[in-house]
Design a protein around this ligand. Sequence first.
Ligand code: FES
Ligand code: FES
Length: 161
Amino acid sequence: MTTPVNISLEVNGERVEAPVLPRLHLADFLREDLQLTGTHVGCEHGVCGACTVRVNGEIVRSCLMLAVQAHGASVETIEGLSDSDEIADLQAAFRDRNALQCGFCTPGMLFAAQDWLRQHSAPDRERIREHLSGNYCRCTGYQAIIDAIETTARSRMGETP
Ligand code: FES
Ligand code: FES
């Protein structure tokens, strides 16, 4: 099918209306049509987590979702999440703990980490590891990422890091 379909959705709080091909993935729509290149594309088959965004408040792999499936939805990319300051403390912890190197995995890691932090208060390294097990990082060895999330969890609980 090569006829474009008109979709209407909210992206980072702004209404977007666009014609898209039915087989266009959400990741490609965000990156190529909207120039929101903070959404990274690695494996393109749902394994690495680099393309993670939030759709209607839930984290999803945008390489596994078609743009037409986002019609009527509210999509948040790392650009919107970052601009909202929702994860300012988490980003600072990533910087302080050296939890990123090349940064390719980082947008997806931050979404997965914030998802965990929104659902849990007590920091539990094993559970954090489990929650992030679908996000690959080729640089850090993961330890520093877990440290950063644990630090953020403690600080959100009112503990001094
Ligand atoms: S690019 Fe989507 S999970 Fe790897
Ligand atoms: S920081 Fe390079 S892949 Fe994670």
